[in-house]
Design a protein around this ligand. Structure first.
Ligand SMILES: N[C@@H](CCC(=O)N[C@@H](CS)C(=O)NCC(=O)O)C(=O)O
Length: 220
């Protein structure tokens, strides 16, 4: 049977975000198991689909045509829009929406792009991105400082935004997983928040799906 949704990409924390959301929503989909740093993102077929040559990439065949979407966060939001994941009153309020934007900017910019991803590039992949020990040290410290600033908002028994699980929990949990991979310190309240997320059946299923039988193991 063919399904209208196909995800290109496995084996990274960014592809995990998308597989996790699809499992949470219980949406059936197909996977093209291409990996980063294998050359598989540079084939003509994939480049026609995503000229950025980046995974994950989502393809959704609908009655209105074919939607091709890259950027894992945009894919999460799109999937939430077509799936069934309820919003509570706070999440629909103006203040709640502003808090959502605040979390997204914080996780993607402060925790991920300016901290963990820099460490990943210059500590674990120096052959591609070059060595930069001073940047690695300062980005690890910056990540810890930024994470510590939100510790009072993290707890073991509730999602980070409103009263229900959302894509923000996927972004935050995967950032914390990523912190472990690159050797950043994750303080106890963040660990307490992360542990129950790891128990979610959709997380566990997505982890298996995303990291099985890889040509290149992500963990250094
Ligand atoms: N901002 C993008 C980043 C995607 C990205 O950088 N993907 C990497 C893997 S984590 C990739 O596809 N690299 C291409 C390659 O290494 O071949 C997202 O969140 O989806």
């Amino acid at each position: 049977m063919t399904t209208p949704i196909t995800v290109w990409g496995v084996g990274t924390t960014r592809t995990l975000r998308v597989h996790w959301m699809l499992h949470e929503l219980g949406i059936e989909y197909g996977t093209r198991r291409i990996e980063s740093r294998t050359g598989e993102t540079r084939t003509d077929e994939f480049t026609r689909l995503n000229p950025k040559q980046k995974i994950p990439t989502l393809v959704h065949e609908t009655s209105e045509g074919k939607l091709v979407l890259s950027e894992s966060y945009a894919i999460l939001k799109y999937l939430r829009g077509i799936g069934e994941m309820p919003f509570d009153d706070y999440q629909q309020s103006t203040a709640g929406k502003a808090a959502y934007d605040e979390w997204v900017s914080f996780i993607l910019m402060e925790l991920d792009a300016t901290s963990l991803y820099v460490v990943r590039r210059h500590k674990d992949l120096p052959d591609i991105y070059g060595e930069a020990p001073a940047a690695v040290t300062s980005c690890l410290a910056y990540f810890e400082k930024m994470l510590n600033s939100v510790l009072p908002k993290l707890s073991a028994d509730k999602p980070i935004w409103g009263s229900t699980f959302s894509e923000l929990d996927i972004l935050m949990t995967v950032a914390l997983d990523w912190a472990d991979v690159v050797g950043a310190e994750v303080a106890d309240p963040a660990r307490a928040y992360q542990n129950p997320m790891h128990e979610r059946p959709a997380y566990r299923a997505a982890m298996k799906h995303n990291f099985r039988d890889l040509k290149i193991q992500m963990r250094p």
